[in-house]
Design a protein around this ligand. Structure first.
Ligand SMILES: [Ca+2]
Ligand SMILES: [Ca+2]
Length: 307
């Protein structure tokens, strides 16, 4: 149930934040007018708005940590800002749960995440051979896995040689460096994957239907798999409060590995925002880490091209 008063308060705070941005920009406009081109000023103004949106996302996530112990699509943070008018333009933004996706950095230690990735490869008609190489890319040692692994020996023999990272991926796009991953397969996998700084469970309250299917969770009786449409219907009615609640309501039987690999709450969120002003546009993406007590920090942010 969305807390309308909470949203109204956050909206008011955003308006205040944006006014502050505009005021400080006006001051800096006067001070530096001679030295800067109009183009740079506009780019800086849009950047300030985008950072305002990021702050706004932070408030939502902090408020949510106080309000609830689970994370699901019916919560305020998932609502997004469809379009908030500003002078000469519009702000919009969206927060998504980063743990609704397969975390590539979970793969070396999480057989459930690996099985899900294999199922997605099958669905997308891709070879799974790169998965061994991906695990080698992340693991600390330099021993290639059998049969399809790859370590320094492989990468240093390439025409443009480089070395295996031997640490978690900093970004999902790093997957493109792994043996057996070309541009096309990366584009197909992209909607389902993420790279978070540590192994993480997947949140059943937010994961997309295709990933639920990829988990191949079984019914309590018999050998049949749970129906994904029924799962989505049940979740839409009411988010799952725990994995036990999920098992009970879905008549499901989670394996111990699945219990370890799944959750009903999240610590990592992606925020994206777009600023449109005077026919200029700027996009921002940021990854938030949120502690159990609600403290947030931005692990990375990237600005799209100023268009
Ligand atoms: Ca929550
Ligand atoms: Ca390695």
């Amino acid at each position: 149930m969305a807390d309308q008063r909470g949203i109204a308060l956050l909206m008011a705070m955003l308006v205040v934040a944006i006014s502050a941005v505009t005021a400080s920009m006006l001051l800096s406009d006067q001070a530096f007018m001679q030295r800067r081109t109009g183009h740079q000023l506009e780019a800086q103004r849009l950047r300030a708005y985008a950072l305002g949106l990021e702050d706004y996302a932070r408030l939502f996530l902090q408020k949510d940590a106080r309000d609830s112990r689970t994370d699901h699509l019916g919560e305020d943070w998932a609502t997004g800002i469809p379009g908030l008018p500003i002078e000469g333009g519009m702000l919009s933004g969206q927060i998504t749960d980063a743990q609704s996706l397969i975390n590539l950095n979970s793969l070396p230690t999480d057989a459930v995440a690996e099985a899900a990735l294999r199922a997605i490869c099958l669905q997308e008609d891709l070879s799974c051979d790169f998965i061994d190489a991906l695990k080698d890319w992340i693991d600390a040692d330099s021993e290639p896995r059998f049969p399809d692994g790859a370590e320094d020996e492989y990468y240093t023999a390439l025409e443009s040689p480089y070395r295996s990272a031997n640490r978690p991926l900093a970004d999902r796009s790093e997957l493109r460096l792994v043996k057996g991953v070309d541009a096309e397969s990366y584009q197909k996998l992209k909607p389902y994957i993420i790279a978070l700084p540590e192994a993480t469970p997947m949140n059943i309250n937010t994961l997309p239907k295709a990933l639920f299917e990829a988990l191949r969770i079984k019914k309590r009786q018999g050998d049949e798999r749970l129906d994904a449409d029924r799962f989505i219907d049940e979740r839409d009615q009411d988010a799952f409060s725990s994995l036990e609640d999920f098992e009970r309501r879905m008549h499901a039987q989670l394996t111990q590995a699945q219990k370890n690999a799944l959750s009903v709450s999240s610590r990592y969120f992606l925020a994206s925002g777009e600023v449109l002003q005077n026919d200029r546009r700027l996009h921002l993406d940021a990854l938030f880490q949120r502690s159990a007590r609600g403290g947030t920090r931005v692990l990375w942010r990237s600005f799209g091209d100023f268009l």
